[in-house]
Design a protein around this ligand. Sequence first.
Ligand SMILES: Nc1ncnc2c1ncn2[C@@H]1O[C@H](COP(=O)(O)OP(=O)(O)OP(=O)(O)O)[C@@H](O)[C@H]1O
Ligand SMILES: [Mg+2]
Length: 364
Amino acid sequence: MAGVKLSGVVKRYGKTTVIDSLDLEVADHEFMVLVGPSGCGKSTALRMVAGLEEISGGTVTIGDRVVNDLPPRDRDIAMVFQSYALYPHMTVRENLEFGLRIRKTPRAEIDRLVGDAAALLGIGELLDRKPRELSGGQRQRVAVGRAIVRQPAVFLFDEPLSNLDAKLRVQMRAEISKLQQRLDTTTIYVTHDQVEAMTMGHRVAVLKDGRLMQVGTPLELYERPANLFVAGFLGTPPMNFVRATVTGDGSSFAAAKFDLPVPATLRGETERMAGESVVVGLRPENLVEPGGRTRGETAAVRVEVEVVEPLGHEVIVHGRIGDDLLVSKVDPHHAPRLGETIELLVELASLHVFDARTERRLGT
Ligand SMILES: Nc1ncnc2c1ncn2[C@@H]1O[C@H](COP(=O)(O)OP(=O)(O)OP(=O)(O)O)[C@@H](O)[C@H]1O
Ligand SMILES: [Mg+2]
């Protein structure tokens, strides 16, 4: 077992920098998720840890060794790819055994490791089939099995579930989490799916344009996003953003068509920001419909209901006030009608406020 540390890691292709001075420490036994939009550099970062991509600057450490110049086979890692990368002409058993045979593992040991992995993944019945005779989910299990039998110090996953249908993805997501818990192996898991990130990661690192935006537990990122990007990236429906100006005495945020009082916890900062622009972030669950239950102090905002989306257990309501759109999650028993004007209650303690210029969060 081993931790993984990236220090000032840079990746350049010619003149283009795709990873810019990335610092990230993954603790021993930790499940770290790298998440971010397409093209942000997740796979590149993972492939540098794996040794499949040269490192342009900085160091990658696995355990207590700097591995920058070590070939992949000497890094004590095992990687699972989106494409599974199984050998098509080999049976499942041969696929599982292949890496072990190359390393001249004794026969009895191979049989034990393959047997254990097959039992763990529930693929014992499939050992004599070829990959083309398997479903997507079964292939995915074999790919994971191939990583497990190698007993690496670190698992690296690159979007392993993205070729599966939605239902299977949810099931495999839970299985991989359980497996990691059981084997307790340090894991770096790449995905662009925020739900995978939030449900699987002990901690989550959010990347954008090759830069680390924030790293923390799922709850930390959700409750205290450090900047506008993380705030908008995590959560469905996404956080509402409203442009506003801090009033002269720092006591309220003046949006185009409504004001909100500044929560006491932010007063210290807003008092120094009179006249400055901020972005006020409101999560849909913190905008409460008439008759709904609120927590703490609230302020009312009148909106005209433009869209009503019933989802069964909740209803998504799009309310408009001037040019600002406020999306809220409401109880199906209190759902408003289209075209109605309603008063939404904003829970003030849950406001997220960002400096419009730096995009950084105010307060802690
Ligand atoms: N060989 C290459 N030459 C030049 N640019 C490259 C090369 N490989 C990747 N890139 C660029 O590096 C950036 C990061 O790519 P990467 O594959 O790491 O993104 P990603 O976050 O994994 O995206 P996705 O979610 O789509 O898989 C992209 O802008 C990509 O175009
Ligand atoms: Mg990728």
